[in-house]
Design a protein around this ligand. Sequence first.
Ligand SMILES: Cc1ncc(COP(=O)(O)O)c(C=O)c1O
Length: 378
Amino acid sequence: MDIDSIRADFPGLREWTYLDNAFICLYPRQVREGYDEFLDQWMTFSPKGAKTILGEWLDKANHVRGMLADFVGAAANEIALTTCTGSGLNIVINGTKWEKGDNVVFPVNEHNPMDTTTLRRNGVESRPVKVEKGRVELSDLEKAVDDSTKLVQVSQVSYVNGFRFNLKEVSEIAHDHGAKVLVDSTQALGALATDVKEEKVDYVSAAPYKYLMGPAGLAFLYVSSEHLEDLEPDRIGWKNQLWDGEHAEEPLDGFKTAEKFEYGTIHFQGAYGLEKSLEYINNIGIDKIEKRVLSLTDHLWSRLSELGREMYTPPGNRAPIVSFYQNDSVEVASKLMLEKVKVTGREAHGGHIRVSSHFYNTREDIDLFIDKLSEYPA
Ligand SMILES: Cc1ncc(COP(=O)(O)O)c(C=O)c1O
């Protein structure tokens, strides 16, 4: 990895020691080319040949759906473009056929726990699983799951402290009871190589504005082809159902594509940007990125330990996020920000600071952060 030329692509790095990718990423300059292409095309109204401008946008959306599919090891018909992570999670909840007495299992510290009105109206029980010492024990998750469990919802990587689930084991537990696994991968994709088929998960929802370096307002949902016919679209519009005057016409491909969950106009400009971010990541290679991110995590962990900080992230965790307990965490993060060092400070969960590196960070970034942090008592 030619780190100097990579860093030169990120204008934000000229000013910032940026260690807050779990919040929002920095953009490389190449992403602007995508946004500009969209704007230029619209301003000059110049789609190619006889194609309408909408045809051009829909083609780009198709292309990006395919890129996302390749990126997570899925097929293109298993990907729907959505607006945010929560949108995909709700599509799964609302499209599932519930029966009174069913239950849904999720860790207490999920970012978007799916305890929804749909579930309450259908008499479905929510079963939060405890988090202890920063981790969810699979044995606790297993105790909560029974034959009435229809969904197990987890984040691949926790937004709070980076706790990373072994998705394959979660899938085994759920599937043994006939339940499906719904994963929020927003804090993982772009940093950790992920193959949805290897992990045997059923649904994945993710937003790309963190490690995927993509847009805000465009996200995606993976639905395993096994469930494409069963899961019903929870909202309808011109894109997934045409009305012929008297009847609804047969929906897209007889319901065999996740595109059926796209019901209206997509954040097309975002798709132009996301194409460039995915190209950028693919050009480096996600395996190389993961290796670098995890080695930065190791370095950060050992520097924080030297400083005597009490860790909130469990030991041995393999993820981009490292969190530690800190007095006056919000104030310390604000003061660091004034010195152009960006991390997240939170009062929740005992007051902690969350640090999250990406491939464009260096050990020097981490050492500089540690130097500044050492000025504050733990
Ligand atoms: C794990 C996780 N999921 C989802 C989100 C964002 O949710 P949405 O895309 O619905 O705004 C975040 C944002 O911090 C997150 O950390």
